[in-house]
Design a protein around this ligand. Structure first.
Ligand code: 3PY
Ligand code: MG
Length: 253
């Protein structure tokens, strides 16, 4: 069962929204996880954070209103197991290109004999109930290459997946398009078609589809297109945007 902050958003027929966390600060992650976002996602792939640091940051989120998701740096059981042991409510696993790789990600979230996760929750309060420990985890895998798009239906059909998170930038690069085109208001038609194909596959499999939202305006477009998990902004961007705005307003007053 996904974290209640996620299921609440979905029960209200709106996408779950959350910012990326890219800096090693217990104080800023705690602040952002209590602002009304449905989740925060600690990024171990494109930041200076690794899964050990993410595990420490997770500890500061006890009692936070947002769910805590970690994008691990790669599809590897030890990395996934570590952040789950530290209490992550979910993982986003990058660059999953086949049903086999999706099944490996799921197996990393589950204990033997269903999976390969080693038993060792170390966050107080997680308990020792194997079934409950498995059920609290949502596993999202990333489709972000043309090969994965081709195999979207097979990937989505892997039992146990909470959903797919699309990586539009990597997908654009893989398709020979500028990475930035993924986040423009009118992405190239080939990219939009590929993304629509993945959304369709998630709907057929009755799982969640997510992607980064480029802006607040993009949230509406993504919601209409059927996305139910949207990242929006990031810790440093939020700090910068507000700081720049305040400087501008204060200087003009
Ligand atoms: C991508 O767009 O490739 C991503 O990984 C987004 O986070
Ligand atoms: Mg990517």
């Amino acid at each position: 069962m996904p974290h209640s902050a996620l299921t609440k958003a979905w029960s209200e027929s709106r996408p779950a929204l959350g910012p990326w966390i890219t800096t090693d600060s217990e104080w800023s992650i705690e602040t952002l996880a209590n602002c009304g976002f449905d989740f925060v996602v600690i990024d171990c792939q494109h930041s200076l954070l690794d899964e050990v640091t993410a595990s420490r940051l997770l500890k500061g989120l006890a009692g936070a209103s947002s769910a805590a998701i970690v994008r691990v740096s790669r599809n590897e059981p030890a990395r996934i197991g570590r952040v789950l042991d530290a209490g992550a409510d979910g993982v986003i696993v990058p660059l999953v290109n086949s049903a086999q790789e999706a099944a490996e990600a799921i197996a990393a979230c589950r204990y033997s004999p269903r999976g390969v996760r080693s038993f060792g929750p170390f966050r107080a309060g997680l308990g020792f109930d194997v079934k409950a420990l498995e059920e609290r985890v949502s596993c999202f895998v990333m489709i972000e290459t043309s090969k994965a798009v081709e195999r979207a239906a097979e990937i989505c059909a892997v039992p146990g997946l909470a959903g797919i998170f699309i990586g539009p930038a990597d997908l654009a690069v893989d398709m020979g398009l500028p990475a930035g085109s993924a986040f423009s208001e009118n992405p190239p038609p080939a990219l939009s078609d590929a993304i629509a194909k993945v959304v369709k596959a998630t709907q057929a499999a009755a799982i969640v589809c997510g992607r980064p939202a480029a802006s607040v305006g993009d949230v509406k477009r993504a919601t209409t297109a059927g996305f139910r998990l949207l990242t929006i902004s990031a810790d440093r961007a939020l700090l910068r945007e507000r700081a720049v705005q305040i400087v501008k307003e204060a200087q003009a007053s």
